[in-house]
Design a protein around this ligand. Structure first.
Ligand code: SAH
Length: 465
């Protein structure tokens, strides 16, 4: 490590910045987050710096910095974007024994400024010794996605409870209390009721822990998206991090299950269109049994749990057992599939509504309003539509749908083995059989891949060859 990270006490102390252009503005944006007294020396400051000066957020001196200005400061920044001015600032700082940073000049700086994830009072500093700023930025955005924006607020409230929490014995019980707060109760209270809900929830949590009430179970119904873990929501990832038990359908990919907390029990509920599966009533009962034991159950459903997911039966089971639940939406297969073909589900002047259909229901092939679907410009996204392809094709043709109507099938949308089959209504059935689709597939009636998309064209060729 050539640079050692420290957190410098700056409250009420002076930080001097020489320069008022772009480099200074970028640094000032960071420095303005601190409680330091900022002094900027610039003969021709950027309007933004002038504005900050007028607002009293910094002191602007419209002249060059002098040696005496640097004396007694806690940090000094050289942001003149001019070698001579930078060298002068560095000399003043060395003379005054004030650590200095010359913007974008690692070698002439006594310290460097890290990339910062700000969830004040939680602050993460990321440094790469100046070697890979792009990497630092990408780590920063990963962390920002992982750390809820409410974290700073939750931490401040948490800090105000530290004293009260000392009523709990030191060790396991106190740790469990804080883990419950930061992992679940705090974020949930914030999500439901905003800032005002957090302190009462924390007080209640502390009362629960003090009286050792067993933890209440909870079920999160979580959309796992179409398969690519990058398409999970931040909230879904958080639920997976906290899960004691994870129930999943066969369509949920291994890459997503890998994200579940290591200690979690993973249960395969097996459902996938027609394959062998656990009866729905057994799933309902098992979810409730686990939750009643005080566990955090995550019920992962592919795509969005509210779309062809038999969600209501499981929710009803929770409601009648008095188990709390939440629904975490996900990206449904139709959204993922339409994105891959570069089209919209609705389009002005073409279709003002889109239908999500199932090819199959409890009674067999599902019946629909074929007459309406056969009208020009209509768009339908058919889930579970592989086996019913011939049936759907027949019904649409019978109701006068144009045989040239485009039909696109997206198999394994968002996954590495994604394929796109572009055909039309007349050819739909043989084309789908020939393609030997063995992954989950979404069929669009009335949409063709956008021809101008190079990436789409490649995939279409792949599918056809
Ligand atoms: N709740 C899910 C749908 C479950 S029904 C959602 O919102 O996406 C299962 C059907 O979803 C499959 O038969 C298939 O039609 C579709 N499906 C799920 N994942 C898919 C994927 N990655 N690519 C294409 N279709 C998919």
């Amino acid at each position: 490590m050539q640079h050692f990270p420290v957190f410098m006490a700056v409250k009420g102390r002076r930080i001097v910045v020489s320069g008022g252009g772009d480099a200074a503005v970028a640094k000032l944006r960071l420095l303005l987050k601190t409680d330091a007294r900022l002094e900027v020396y610039a003969t021709d400051p950027d309007p933004e710096v002038v504005q900050w000066g007028l607002e009293g957020r910094l002191t602007l001196c419209r002249r060059h910095i002098e040696a005496s200005d640097v004396m007694g400061a806690v940090l000094a920044y050289g942001a003149d974007e001019d070698d001579l001015a930078d060298a002068r600032l560095a000399a003043y700082a060395v003379e005054a024994r004030v650590p200095h940073n010359i913007v974008d000049n690692l070698n002439d700086s006594a310290f460097i400024t890290p990339a910062i994830v700000d969830r004040d009072p939680v602050v993460v500093a990321i440094g790469t010794e100046g070697a890979a700023p792009v990497l630092a930025r990408s780590i920063k955005s990963d962390l920002e996605a992982r750390l809820p924006s409410s974290l700073g607020f939750l931490t401040r409230i948490g800090r105000s409870f530290r004293h009260a929490a000392e009523q709990l014995p030191f060790g396991r019980r106190r740790r469990d209390f804080w883990a419950d707060y930061y992992g679940q109760v705090g974020p949930q209270a914030f999500a439901k009721g905003g800032e005002d809900a957090v302190a009462p929830a924390l007080a209640q949590l502390l009362a629960d822990h003090l009286s050792q009430t067993p933890r209440k179970g909870h079920v999160d119904f979580v959309g796992s998206g179409p398969g690519d873990p990058d398409l999970l929501t931040v909230r879904a990832r958080r639920a997976l991090d906290a899960a004691d038990v994870v129930f999943h359908d066969r369509l949920v990919t291994p890459a997503i299950l890998d994200l579940a907390r290591r200690e979690a029990t993973i249960i395969d509920a097996g459902k996938e269109g027609f394959g062998p599966s656990m009866p729905q009533a057994d799933i309902d009962a098992l979810i409730v049994t686990h939750a009643r034991k005080g566990r955090h159950v995550v019920r992962l459903k592919s795509g969005d749990p509210t779309v062809f997911g038999r969600l209501d039966e499981e929710v009803e089971a929770c409601v009648s057992a008095g188990v709390s639940f939440a629904i975490v939406p996900g990206i449904t297969a139709a959204s993922a599939a339409v994105a891959t073909i570069g089209q919209s589900l609705t389009k002005r002047g073409r279709n003002a509504s889109v239908r999500l259909l199932t090819g199959h229901d409890m009674a067999g092939f599902a019946d629909h309003d074929w007459k309406a679907l056969a009208r020009p410009g209509e768009v339908a996204a058919i889930y579970m539509g592989k086996r019913s392809a011939r049936f759907v094709q027949g019904r649409l043709l019978m109701h006068g749908c144009d045989p040239q109507t485009p039909v696109t099938v997206v198999e394994n949308a968002s996954r590495a083995d994604q394929r796109i089959l572009s055909t039309n209504l007349a050819e739909m059935e043989p084309a789908m059989s020939d393609a030997a689709l063995d992954g989950p597939a979404l069929t669009f009636i009335g949409l063709a891949p956008r021809a101008s998309q190079a990436v789409v064209r490649t995939l279409v060729q792949e599918a056809v060859s």
